[in-house]
Ligand binder design. Structure first.
Ligand SMILES: [Zn+2]
Ligand SMILES: [Zn+2]
Length: 367
């Protein structure tokens, strides 16, 4: 079929909306009509050419939500009309990793996905007969996409797709980091460094988990105000004295849980240092630049702090994402406050401009 999609032809050059060919789903695959897609920093990062694993031509986009149009042979868990959220992090439930119960990082299709192919090693996208690779296994800056069944989370069909698409990446990363990866406990203290979508998700997740003190750290007063609306109890500007201020207000001990959501290694270091003496857990969520390293004084570890990371916040996509959608529909989680701009597919580059200007939290493309 013919589809309109934003085609990345050359890194750093504006993406044009082109007509591409999309082949029908093969066995185990699903054709999805995309209704909404968030514009995430990872799209911008790959578009810029800085990502060492990036390739072109490709169709970016990975924060998609839509409706199943057609299923390939052998697909049993989805059927036409189902509402789905796209998962760059699949959950097959059967690979060594999935069955270990110890990680959310599914290995079933990892190798082919990383190279831009569907699990059989070929792309479904092409233009003028030339193959176009998929991005993050999703390629949702497009009217339609074909994805493996295991990379689609079936969700409540009454939920607004232009809000729940934020759960395809950023919001879930923060929420799951607090609720599932760090398992924030009721009555505990938390500090979140960076209040973009991931950090705000961590603030919201910590509040849902019952944290008593939630310190939000960010340089933008606008973002801190939004963090406050999501449950932050203390608002600190970023900077070299952020750790000192956190230690001061906690009797020199630090907080039970820290979350880093900036990708800046100096801030990751602060998140480690602000974690509590004895049992503090620091969860690193930001993606640092190529070759950058994180400096940690070993004494901080010996005296009881734990440092961990979490791809997709540790969320198991097919299990946890539908739960977050239900929490939103039950009024326990606000996603509306994350969506600051609505754009058309033709305005995709404006989404990048808004992100670079740190204007708003999330731009969502609706189709
Ligand atoms: Zn993302
Ligand atoms: Zn798996």
């Amino acid at each position: 079929m013919k589809i309109r999609a934003a085609l990345l032809e050359e890194f750093g050059k504006p993406m044009a909306i082109r007509e591409l060919d999309l082949a029908p789903p093969k066995p185990g695959e699903v054709l999805v009509k995309i209704h909404a897609c968030g514009v995430c920093h990872t799209d911008l990062y790959t578009w810029s050419g800085v990502d060492p694993s990036g390739y072109a031509p490709t169709v970016l986009g990975h924060e998609g939500a839509g409706v199943v149009e057609e299923v390939g042979e052998g697909v049993t868990s989805l059927r036409p009309g189902d509402h789905v959220i796209t998962l760059f992090s699949p959950e097959c439930g059967a690979c060594d990793h999935c069955s270990s119960g110890k990680t959310n990082i599914c290995t079933a299709i990892r190798e082919q996905q990383g190279q831009g192919f569907l699990p059989d090693g070929t792309p479904r996208l092409s233009i003028d007969g030339e193959p176009v690779r998929h991005f993050m296994g999703t390629s949702t800056f497009a009217e339609y996409t074909v994805m493996p069944e295991i990379a689609l989370a079936k969700v409540d069909s009454t939920a607004p797709l232009d809000k729940i698409c934020t759960l395809a990446c950023g919001a879930t990363t923060g929420l799951a980091a607090a609720i599932h990866r760090a398992s924030v406990e009721p009555g505990s203290s938390v500090a979140v460094f960076g209040c973009g979508l991931v950090g705000l998700g961590a603030v919201a997740g910590s509040q849902i988990a019952g944290a008593e003190t939630i310190i939000a750290v960010d340089n933008s007063p606008e973002r801190l105000a939004i963090a406050e609306s999501y449950g932050a109890t203390h608002l600190f500007p970023g900077g070299s004295d952020a750790v000192e201020r956190i230690l001061e207000m906690t009797g020199g001990n630090g907080v039970d849980y820290t979350f880093e959501a900036t990708g800046i290694t100096a801030v990751m270091q602060q998140a480690v240092e602000a974690a509590r003496f004895g049992w503090g857990v620091c969860t690193v969520l930001g993606v640092a630049g190529k070759g950058e390293t994180l400096d940690i004084v070993p004494r901080l570890l010996i005296t009881g702090r734990t440092v961990q990371g979490g791809s997709f916040g540790g969320a198991k996509g097919r299990t946890h994402v539908p739960q977050f959608v239900d929490m939103y529909m039950d009024g326990k989680l606000d996603l509306d406050g994350f969506v600051s701009h609505h754009l058309s597919l033709d305005e995709v580059m404006k989404g990048f401009d808004l992100m670079e200007a740190q204007d708003g939290i999330r731009s969502v493309i609706t189709f």
